[in-house]
Each structure stands twice: as C-alpha cells, then as structure tokens.
Write a protein that binds this ligand. Structure first.
Ligand code: SF4
Length: 246
C-alpha cells in the first residue's frame, strides 16, 4: 500500500461535525457515484476512478492527531470516521490497524467516535481497555442482494459479513447503527425493505434516506410516493422494535 504525508488531519466538516480521513482514496469504489471520489477528481487529488480505488495511507496520521488533540482548547464530544474514505476498508489491514490506533487515541482524550463502514467492523472495538463504550459503530447497508453490491459497491465486504461483524459488537455490549442510504428504487433492484430491516433488528438506531441524485430513481413511476411509503415502513419497524429512528 502506498503512503502519503499530510500537514493536518482533524477538521470540522461543512456539516458541522469533526472528522478525520486518514486515507486518500477508497478501494471500495462505490458507483452511486461516490461524492468523495468526485470531489477528489475535481480538486486534482486523484485523476481517475482506478486511482481512487488505490488507497494511500496517511503515514503521519497518529503524530498529527496526537498534536492536534493536545492543542485543542475545547474538545468536541465526538469525532467521525470517516467522511471521504472508509476506516475498515475491505482487504486493507493496514487501514484497519491505523483506524484502531486513531480511535484509541481519540478515546484516550475522552472523546467518543462515530464510525461508519462498508467493511467489517473489528471485534477489537469491544475491548474496553482501549476503546470507549461511548463509541457508535455503524454499517452502511442498502440491500441484501449480492448482485446489486457487486454492481454498485464492488469491493466492499459481503453484506452478510458486514452484518455479522456488527452483530458481534452488539453482542459484546457496543452501540450499533445502520445507515440505509442511498436506498434504491425497484427499477434499480427489486427487494423487500422489511427483509433488510429484519437482518439488522438488533441495532440501536437506523438512519434511512432515498437515492436523490440518481437519474434512474426518477424514472421509477411515483418514486416520491415509494420513498414516503418506505420511510413509514422504517419508522413503524423502529417503533415496534424499540430502535431509534433518525
Ligand atoms: S465506501 Fe464510502 S468513500 Fe469508499 S468508495 Fe464507497 S462511498 Fe466512497
């Protein structure tokens, strides 16, 4: 895996929360398309999709974050991993190792992490000697159909592996959530949202949203009505299973 160095790591995103992105690019290569990939190409950080899929680790991430956290006068309650890459990138143990070091460092400063992946969340995160029980562990999950995954999220972890790894953390007392976005319309993939919800009914919270930036979605007749129905279904499911809906 190639390495790069950066001058800073921790920043406040335009969305108002603190983030770190300790990898440039992402092997997962999502084709929704991936906003982070589009931005990286627009700003000349990568030249092509193939280059985006060859991630480069920020070699000085631990040193940078150590300095930045010590310097911070008012520490945030939470830091997010990640906005423009994946902290538990499938097939890249170097990324996983670095993510675990950074989460442990953040927790050492009494700040919790909100973590989101399309990879496998490592069981080490349940180790209370190194990681805070305040951490929130999330997976992105918009289908259970492996054909859909290969088409739109080609290098991510299998859906079953993603769910199983999250369940292990749940069973070890960790907070878990599922991020269901961008949810596809039936003209992209035919599926039953209830099956997906049942597969993750153990989680503490669920986020649901449609796929508003894909032209195929708008070709589905009454797509707005479809999303309104699916939103109600998720809300109802969450209420029935005492899951927080957001
Ligand atoms: S996992 Fe996230 S950052 Fe990586 S390619 Fe997919 S959408 Fe982009």
């Amino acid at each position: 895996m190639e390495h790069i160095t950066r001058k800073s790591l921790l920043y406040k995103s335009g969305l108002g929360f603190y983030c770190i992105n300790h990898v440039q690019g992402c092997y997962h290569g999502c084709r929704y398309p991936c906003y982070a990939n589009m931005m990286a190409q627009t700003h000349g950080r990568v030249n092509s999709y193939n280059e985006w899929c060859q991630p480069r680790l920020v070699a000085n991430a631990v040193e940078l974050l150590t300095k930045e956290l010590i310097r911070m006068k008012v520490k945030p309650d939470e830091i997010n991993l990640c906005l423009t890459t994946d902290p538990f990138m499938n097939g890249y143990p170097e990324v996983t190792n670095m993510s675990l070091k950074l989460i442990s460092l953040i927790n050492f400063h009494s700040i919790r992490c909100s973590i989101l992946t399309k990879g496998k969340m490592p069981v080490e995160l349940a180790d209370r000697k190194h990681f805070s029980e305040g951490n929130i562990h999330g997976i992105s999950l918009i289908s259970l159909n492996e054909g859909f995954r290969k088409r739109f999220e080609p290098n991510t972890a299998l859906y079953s592996e993603r769910i199983n790894a999250l369940k292990v953390l749940h069973d070890n007392g960790c907070k878990t959530y599922v991020h269901i976005e961008p949810y596809p319309t039936p003209n992209i993939v035919k599926q039953n949202l209830e099956d997906l919800l049942k597969a993750v009914e153990f989680v503490d919270s669920i986020y649901f949203s449609g796929w508003n930036y894909n032209t195929q979605v708008k070709k589905y007749p009454h797509y707005q009505e479809f999303y309104s129905d699916q939103t109600s279904l998720v809300q109802h499911f969450c209420k029935e299973h005492s899951i927080q809906y957001s």
